[in-house]
Design a protein. Structure first.
Length: 146
């Protein structure tokens, strides 16, 4: 009886949570609704004792076109913004902001179908300047015909 309960519990956990990270939504060209709130925010304090409210901040906002996002970034009182596109992988990308390799840096990327984080852009502070750089580009190749 104890073994049966263990097997049923294992089957339940596998069926409920086995693919939760890899679930993807089908691709649509345009969003039906565009949120005014950021979909992702990365923020860390600058550590200025005279201005404790200063921060390094990156925000992602949706656009009407489903693959386009508006990114706003800030360092102290300096701000910037760009509009960029995620690659069309045949499903809706899952945008993400992660801490970058340097202090006051943020990687803009997405999760692929296998829940692997794919880097696209970086926002960072370099020599007290706010920098936005392209990191990688992704392309989906059509299968070869036989």
């Amino acid at each position: 009886m104890k073994q049966l309960v263990t097997v049923l519990a294992a089957a339940f956990f596998i069926s409920c949570g086995g693919n939760s990270g890899s679930s993807t939504q089908p691709y649509t060209e345009e969003r039906t609704t565009v949120s005014a709130d950021p979909v992702k925010v990365y923020e860390e304090p600058v550590g200025d004792s005279l201005n404790p409210t200063w921060k390094f901040k990156v925000e992602l906002f949706e656009q009407k076109q489903s693959l386009k996002y508006h990114v706003k970034f800030q360092y102290k009182e300096v701000t910037g913004e760009k509009i960029f596109s995620y690659p069309n992988l045949g499903f809706m990308p899952k945008p993400e902001l992660k801490k970058g390799p340097d202090p006051l840096s943020c990687i803009i990327g997405f999760y692929d179908a296998d829940s692997t984080f794919m880097e696209l852009r970086i926002v960072k502070v370099e020599n007290d300047n706010l920098v936005y750089r392209h990191l990688k580009e992704y392309q989906v190749d059509a299968g070869q015909k036989k």
